[in-house]
Design a protein around this ligand. Structure first.
Ligand SMILES: Cc1cc2nc3c(=O)[nH]c(=O)nc-3n(C[C@H](O)[C@H](O)[C@H](O)COP(=O)(O)OP(=O)(O)OC[C@H]3O[C@@H](n4cnc5c(N)ncnc54)[C@H](O)[C@@H]3O)c2cc1C
Length: 394
């Protein structure tokens, strides 16, 4: 097999998984990440799916216990009254973004992980493709893997598509044991908990705590999201405007949140939610708000360029497998390249149809979940069509 030179743009879950599996497949791989610093600071929760942890379990000495906490149930409550709406047995494990990121980065190393490289332009080609970065540098490779996330510059340039606002936002936060009452802390252990409302929902689950060096400490914290329907226009603009007056496109993080947004967030929790949900939400010292949006794509392969992960299909988060889809895109790409003995174009042609099918089926699934969860539809405990994970394409 020839040794393709591969440039991966974006160094998160999709990019790092791709970098590892393609390097293991014999490619010469460099990663180009926009951020100036490593991404270990993001500690929000992720439900473990097999595809997400496949690299760590198969190719490193990491075990599930090293990076995740187990649970035994999915529990459903009316978040306003606190009444139980059902419970089913479910053995999900929960991890934190930075636990996965750090392990994938440890496996790849930092020598060929280039920070401060913001993609600004792509030149696709049949012999090679090249990528230009904001710092004026450029890289040419046999294959460029675009893993630059939901706001993908690559997707915009190749397909002129951006994610569409889904009509709601998610408030997210994490609490440590000291932030909430003992009753609230105990209530949310050992389960994935839904708090259902007529026009929104809350999810909460325990996750591993990770140190600033990316090491799992052995302690846990609670991670939650509270989804609010917010009309596009003035109401959304107001919520997404930071205290420096700038309208943020995706998220407003804690120190930048306006006092009026925080007041509304805590005020609604106090007036609308049952005590355990109220205590959880108001206990978060640094909540933040993120727009929910999704993107659909008709194409993922372009001669010697591939779109993977959220840079291709950006799914809403409800089936907890966006990161798993990102990792699975990367595995399939490496497997196709091996199958094609390093012939990049042949590999991409073989790789694309199934990945498009998975992306489309997953998007349909999370949109159906959103219709039930955000607009008062039926969300029966344990419904198989709403089970977390990637669908198998027909
Ligand atoms: C609220 C929420 C909850 C979620 N919960 C789950 C869950 O429980 N389980 C799950 O599997 N998934 C979950 N997801 C989805 C998951 O976070 C994404 O699907 C996953 O992170 C996609 O990985 P990615 O590497 O494709 O993109 P990202 O993680 O978005 O990474 C993109 C990377 O590209 C970099 N980048 C961006 N632009 C450029 C540029 N121009 N040049 C160079 N680099 C660039 C970014 O800095 C970043 O490092 C959730 C998502 C949200 C919003």
């Amino acid at each position: 097999m020839s040794i393709p030179k591969v440039a991966v743009v974006g160094g998160s879950i999709a990019g790092l998984t791709a970098a590892n599996v393609l390097r293991d497949a014999g490619c010469e791989v460099d990663v180009f990440e926009r951020s100036d610093t490593l991404l270990s600071g993001f500690g929000t929760g992720i439900v473990v799916q097999p595809e997400l942890v496949r690299y760590l379990l198969e190719r490193t000495s990491t075990t599930l216990d090293d990076i995740s906490v187990p649970s035994h149930a999915m529990r459903y409550f009316d978040a306003a009254s606190g009444r139980s709406a059902g419970q089913v047995e479910a053995r999900w494990r929960f991890t934190a973004y930075n636990a996965i990121y750090q392990k994938l980065l440890d496996a790849f190393g930092t020598e060929r992980y280039h920070l401060g490289k913001e993609l600004v332009g792509l030149t696709p080609g049949t012999d090679s493709s090249s990528a230009a970065f904001a710092d004026g540098t450029e890289v040419t490779a046999d294959l460029i893997v675009c893993a630059d996330g939901g706001g993908s510059v690559a997707r915009s340039q190749l397909l002129a598509r951006k994610p569409d606002y889904a009509g709601y936002v998610t408030w997210r936060g994490m609490v440590d044991q000291r932030d909430v009452s003992a009753e609230t802390w105990d209530f949310f252990q050992d389960a994935f908990t839904y708090g259902l409302l007529p026009d929104g929902h809350i999810i909460a689950y325990p996750i591993s705590q990770v140190s600033s060096e990316g090491e799992v400490t052995g302690d846990t914290r609670l991670n939650f999201q509270w989804y609010w329907n917010v009309e596009a226009g003035a109401a959304l603009d107001q919520l997404m405007t930071a205290n420096d007056g700038s309208r943020r496109p995706v998220s407003v993080h804690f120190p930048a949140l306006r006092a009026s947004s925080l007041e509304e967030f805590r005020g609604r929790a106090t007036s609308q939610l049952a005590p355990v949900f109220r205590d959880l939400i108001t206990g978060a010292p640094q909540p933040f708000v993120t727009i929910v949006a999704d993107a659909d794509v008709p194409q993922m392969a372009f001669d010697r360029l591939a779109l993977i992960g959220d840079a291709a299909f950006t799914p809403r988060p409800h089936a907890a497998a966006g990161a798993a889809k990102a990792a699975a895109d990367a595995w399939a790409l490496a497997e196709s390249l091996i199958e094609a003995s390093g012939d990049v174009q042949e590999a991409l042609v073989a790789w694309e149809p199934e990945r498009l099918a998975v992306g489309q089926a997953y998007l349909a699934k999370v949109r159906a979940m959103a219709a039930a969860l955000q607009h008062g539809g039926e969300f029966p405990p344990g419904a198989t069509e709403f089970r977390f994970g990637l669908p198998k394409p027909a």
